[in-house]
Design a protein around this ligand. Structure first.
Ligand SMILES: C=C(O[C@@H]1C=C(C(=O)O)C=C[C@H]1O)C(=O)O
Length: 282
C-alpha cells in the first residue's frame, strides 16, 4: 500500500521534489504527475491522497481535507510565474475577453478579484489550453508556461529593435503583449498580505495510510529545509535551464515563500472574503 502523492511538474516545486526523491526513502510513495487543476480534481475524487493543490480547492471543500501545516506556495509580492500578458494597460481592459490557463484555478480566481474589485473592470473569462495562441489581447499563464513565455519575451526585448515584429524567428513568439502584470505583486500592493497560491492538503478519510502520511509530512519538511540551502546545486539539474540561466532560476525560487504561517492564513481568509464579494463561482 502506497501513499498517492500529487506532483505538480513545474519549476516552483522542483527543489522540493528533487530533494524528496534524493534524500528520503520514497518506497512507500507513488508520485502522480499533473497540472494543478487536474490534481485538484484527483484529490477531490479520492484518486490521490495528498497533493500540493490550488488554495481555492481547500476553500471549496474544507471538510474533505486537512492542511499540511507549515507548507504552501505563496508570495509576498511578485511570484515570478503568474502573469497577465496584455496588449494594453490593465485599466483599459474593460469589455475584453481574457484567456486563462486551464491548468490554474486559484490564479484565475485571483485575476477575477484583481479586475473586478481592485480595478473595477468587467471582462469575460475564457478558459483555454493554450491562452498564448488564442490571439487574445490579454491572457493569463501560470507555472512553467508563464516562466517560458516571459523568458522568451525578455530575450526578444533584449534583441529589441532588430526583430521584425511580423516574422517568427524559430520558436520565438512575436512580442506583442508588452504589458506584463505579476498577480502576486498586485495582491501584495493592494492588501499588504502574502498570497497563498497552493496548499499541501491530505484527504481526511485516509484511515489506513495515516502512518505513511505522518512519515511523508516529516520528509516534506526535511526536503523543504535541505532544498532552501542548496538552490544553486538544484538549479544545475532543473529542466528550466533550457530557458533560464541558473541564476535566474534561483532568483525565481527565492521569490517563492514555501511557508504557511499566521500571516499567510490571514491572506487566505481575505482571498476567501473577496471571492464572495466578486461572486466568484467556486
Ligand atoms: C506559483 C504558482 O502557483 C500555483 C498556482 C496554482 C493555481 O493557480 O491554481 C496552483 C498551484 C501552483 O502551482 C505557479 O504555478 O506559477
Amino acid at each position: 500500500m502506497k501513499l498517492r502523492i500529487g506532483k505538480i511538474p513545474y519549476a516552483n516545486l522542483f527543489p522540493i521534489f528533487y530533494m524528496l526523491e534524493k534524500k528520503c526513502d520514497c518506497s512507500t510513495y507513488e508520485f502522480v504527475e499533473g497540472v494543478p487543476s487536474l490534481l485538484n480534481k484527483m484529490i477531490r475524487d479520492g484518486k490521490i491522497d495528498v497533493s500540493p493543490s490550488s488554495s481555492i480547492e481547500y476553500i471549496r471543500n474544507p471538510f474533505l481535507y486537512q492542511i499540511i501545516e507549515g507548507n504552501s506556495i505563496s508570495s509576498r509580492g511578485p511570484i515570478g510565474s503568474i502573469f497577465l500578458f496584455t496588449k494594453k494597460d490593465i485599466h483599459e481592459l474593460n469589455g475584453n475577453i481574457v484567456y486563462v490557463s486551464s491548468q490554474s484555478e486559484t490564479s484565475v480566481a485571483l485575476l477575477n478579484i484583481i479586475l473586478k474589485k481592485f480595478y473595477d473592470i468587467q471582462c469575460g473569462i475564457q478558459v483555454s489550453q493554450r491562452p498564448e495562441d488564442s490571439g487574445a489581447d490579454a491572457f493569463l499563464l501560470i507555472g512553467d508556461d508563464a516562466l517560458r513565455y516571459k523568458a522568451i519575451s525578455n530575450r526578444q526585448e533584449a534583441i529589441g529593435k532588430n526583430i521584425d515584429k511580423h516574422t517568427i524567428h524559430g520558436q520565438l513568439p512575436i512580442v506583442s503583449h508588452q504589458f506584463v502584470y505579476d498577480l502576486g505583486e498586485i495582491w501584495y500592493e493592494k492588501t499588504g498580505l502574502p498570497f497563498v497560491f497552493a496548499l499541501w492538503i491530505a484527504r481526511k478519510d485516509m484511515f489506513d495510510k495515516r502512518e505513511i502520511l505522518n512519515k511523508f509530512i516529516k520528509d516534506l519538511n526535511k526536503a523543504k529545509e535541505i532544498a532552501s540551502k542548496n538552490l544553486y546545486e538544484i538549479a544545475r539539474h532543473s529542466p528550466m535551464k533550457e530557458f533560464m540561466s541558473e541564476k535566474e532560476i534561483v532568483s525565481y525560487w527565492r521569490l517563492i515563500d514555501y511557508d504557511l504561517k499566521a500571516e499567510h492564513k490571514k491572506g487566505l481568509k481575505l482571498f476567501e472574503r473577496y471571492l464572495k464579494e466578486v461572486d466568484h463561482v467556486l
